[in-house]
Design a protein around this ligand. Structure first.
Ligand SMILES: Cc1cc2nc3c(=O)[nH]c(=O)nc-3n(C[C@H](O)[C@H](O)[C@H](O)COP(=O)(O)OP(=O)(O)OC[C@H]3O[C@@H](n4cnc5c(N)ncnc54)[C@H](O)[C@@H]3O)c2cc1C
Length: 460
């Protein structure tokens, strides 16, 4: 374990406005925790920044003292790169403000904001932009690594709605990146992860949404999986952008609208979201319901903010998690057979597979418009291995890897960078495809020494 001389820490303390947390502080273990309990690292210090200038001061200190640097938004990323061993964590957990200009439909967001912070602030004005489906996820990592959610078909990826960012580069300079200023940096930030600097503010385009939407879950018996999946594929081909439907295969959680004897049984869940006129949306619900004989459903008008938290109870921090992910332009029968086979042997009650639907507006942006270029990806599979005990690591990881292999023949190019684990660095180039060379050049310009390498790294 590295020790930094007390005088040096005192010097840094006198410069930064935020708090510095050290290994002997009583809350050190609490502060260093991240979402994925598989990642357990012990940084030498955690700088809880309270303003953008703290980032420059912290960066200068880390570079002078040759410390490893990791940057943490809300600490949700599966790869755990927001936490380093023996180095400095630049932590944004106390910078969570979201300022809304309702007239201009813009939000100005600090880097520690969670999706819950964001949705609550913008929905106070009946506004939203596409973000993910779990409210404790951080806006920072999600945006820098693309970002998708229920509104993606209608309004694109999160990065498609980013208007500008304030960035501290590796040499401590504060820069603005937008279409009009430093637009190479702006191009790279929209999907290039934390490779190019530390973002201290995001500016987003907002859209009128809700405040109520039509949404909910329809739960079918696992035995009907093949038929439900095939009908889902056909139905989605002509569905409007206002509608999004994800598929989840897992054991039924103890949801109050399901009979008790269904709890724990394998099920196929259609999670649906409709942001258009609700009366018009009902006909889509009827079609989805008719795909089989559901065990039960919970569908209706509800506040958008409430729907954005609906999966939170299944995605709490502290469990062990291992993910594998593919993109797809189409869903073939062989793919359905593979996911059904592996759902049949789920290794823990918390493991699940989900198919997210991207398409719509997300597919109508040119491949080279920004770093995120997987514009032909219509669906995304996430094999979500999740369990509690270390003793089950091997079984659950093997299941996820085997399922990943079994579905590989059906995948399309690219991969969603935010769902990659720490061991998947070799997939980075393919994640960016034809945009990778340009990203390397921009990396060389803004971070030639690869100071920011605790990420899905684009080496300069
Ligand atoms: C339960 C769960 C559900 C999810 N659902 C979705 C979903 O629906 N849609 C979706 O698109 N994604 C989803 N994700 C993936 C999510 O987008 C990524 O995990 C994302 O990286 C989380 O952001 P964070 O700020 O919390 O992560 P962190 O772990 O804090 O950061 C991830 C990385 O981003 C970089 N970084 C963070 N903050 C900054 C900054 N301010 N400046 C520069 N670099 C920075 C660093 O390299 C860091 O290692 C989900 C993740 C989880 C765990």
């Amino acid at each position: 374990m590295i020790t930094i001389h007390r005088d040096k820490i005192d010097q840094l303390r006198s410069k930064v406005k935020g708090r510095i947390v050290l290994p002997n502080d009583p809350d050190y273990d609490e502060v260093r925790k991240i979402w994925n309990a598989m990642i357990d690292r012990r940084p030498a210090l955690i700088v809880q920044c309270s303003e953008a200038a703290d980032v420059s001061r912290a960066l200068a200190f880390a570079r002078e003292n040759k410390l490893e640097i990791s940057v943490r938004g809300a600490g949700h990323n599966i790869a755990g790169n927001s936490l380093c061993d023996d180095g400095m964590v630049i932590d944004f957990s106390t910078m969570r403000n979201v300022r809304v200009d309702a007239g201009k439909k813009r939000a100005y967001v600090q880097p520690g904001a969670t999706l819950g912070d964001f949705d609550k602030a913008v929905q106070a004005h009946g506004l939203a932009t596409p973000v993910g489906i779990n409210s404790t996820t951080g806006i920072s990592g999600l945006t820098l690594g693309d970002g998708f959610g229920w509104l993606t078909r209608k309004y694109g990826m999160t990065v498609d709605n980013l208007l500008s960012a304030e960035v501290i580069t590796a040499d401590g300079r504060k820069m603005k990146a937008s279409e009009n200023e430093n637009n190479d940096l702006f191009w790279a930030l929209r999907g290039g992860g934390g490779n190019f600097g530390v973002v201290t503010q995001f500016e987003f385009q907002l859209h009128s949404v809700g405040p109520e939407v039509l949404a909910g879950l329809i739960v079918f018996p696992f035995e009907q999986a093949k038929s439900v999946l095939k009908q889902y594929r056909d139905f989605i081909a002509s569905a409007p952008d206002e509608l999004n439907v994800f598929v989840v295969l897992r054991q039924a959680p103890p949801l109050p609208f399901l009979p008790e004897n269904v709890h724990g049984k394998k099920v196929v869940v259609l999670a649906l979201f409709y942001t258009g006129n609700q009366a018009a949306g009902q006909k889509f619900v009827e079609s989805l319901r008719s795909f089989g004989n559901p065990y039960g459903e919970h569908v209706g008008a509800m506040p958008y903010v409430q729907w954005q938290q609906i999966f939170d109870p299944l995605l709490t921090p502290g469990a062990r998690n291992y993910w594998k992910s593919h993109n797809f332009t189409e869903l073939k029968d062989g793919f359905f057979d593979a996911i059904i086979e592996y759902t049949d042997k789920l290794p823990s009650p918390q493991c699940e597979l989900f198919i997210a639907l991207l398409s719509g507006a997300a597919n109508r942006v040119p491949t080279n418009a920004m770093a995120y270029g997987n514009r032909d990806a219509k669906f995304l599979l996430n094999v979500h291995g999740r369990w509690d005990k270390k003793a089950n690591d091997d079984t659950c990881i093997t299941w996820a890897r085997d399922l990943f292999k079994a579905t590989a023949p059906y995948e399309s190019d690219g991969v969603y960078i935010n769902f990659m684990t720490e061991e998947e660095g070799s997939r980075v180039a393919s994640a960016y495809g034809s945009n990778y060379d340009r990203l390397k050049k921009i990396k060389k310009r803004y971070d030639p020494e690869n100071v920011f390498h605790m990420n899905q790294n684009i080496a300069p």
